[in-house]
Design a protein around this ligand. Sequence first.
Ligand code: GLY
Ligand code: MN
Ligand code: MN
Length: 357
Amino acid sequence: MTASEKLAELLRLNANTAVVVHDPANMFYLTEGYAGEGMVYITASRTVIVTDFRYTEAAEKDAPSAEVVMTDREHPGTKRIAELCAQDGITEILFESNYLSVDSYEKLREALGDEMSFAPLEQAPQKLRQIKTPAEIVTMRKAAAITSEAFDAVLPKIRPGMTEKELRLELESIMYRLGMDAPAFDTIIASGVNGSLPHAVPGDRKLQKGDMITMDFGARVGGYCSDMTRTVALGEPSPEMKKVYNTVYRAQAMCEAALAAGKNCFDIDRLARDYIDSQGYAGRFGHGLGHCVGIDIHEDPRLSPGCHDILKAGMVITVEPGIYLPGVGGVRIENTCLVKEGGSEPLTTARKELIIL
Ligand code: GLY
Ligand code: MN
Ligand code: MN
């Protein structure tokens, strides 16, 4: 069954309803490979990519099971959608209320006329995307293997005097050589005191002896992301930072061991939070424990205090506790894991024990 057929089944689409998709991640998923701009129109019996000249050939190649309709100056995307609706006798549109801008929504309404009714799609494609197929898991394994290998390969290159930006360049070059299509997100390199910034932007700070260095990086391969973080020490760290490392290490290992189909996301997050608080770091782990990964780097469900979803086999989720001490530094350890019945499997395989360079 194709992804758009799965969507039609999930929504029990009747003959008078069409789905119009604008979110690029949903377009990629539902067409099984189209990564250009435009819109995707889906009914119970057809999937149509509506795009301009720049992407028409790519759409035909990358999504052979979809039809492709080209837009031009006289026939913009909204007009093409109106034509498709007229051909198919569509009276209702399901649209991405969480994604579409107010302007785009109004343009679509204007093109389709007052008779057309509109209803939110309620993130139905994202719900399908939560459970990865065996083929998606194969691709995500490749993406995760690139990050694990790149971590091992970058370690001998880390030296005092090198800047955070230079380290990012080394790491990303290695990932490209290993087959990454693009970074999955902006690489984070946080050295020394910068380690207290969970999403630090790599800067001109030079690495120094005694620094802890947090590297949070991911590879995009075949449209899918990996996500991993390791913190290493450049020379002997302070006893305080060693304790921080051991606390994060234990929290990470404990939560990864607890991960399994049937568990509540809230409970897994709670395990890490209670343990970190009990070690004297209350309030210093201020983000969620993890998030699902796939075509987007951050997908639902989340391991967080606000998510009570139940984990299911086939979800791919990160486990990434951290401790952040302003003016001192920080540590985060993150694996991307596949949820299974009775347990989980880390797709990130790099070692997690403290490495002192
Ligand atoms: N790299 C962003 C994150 O770990 O969520
Ligand atoms: Mn990350
Ligand atoms: Mn992450």
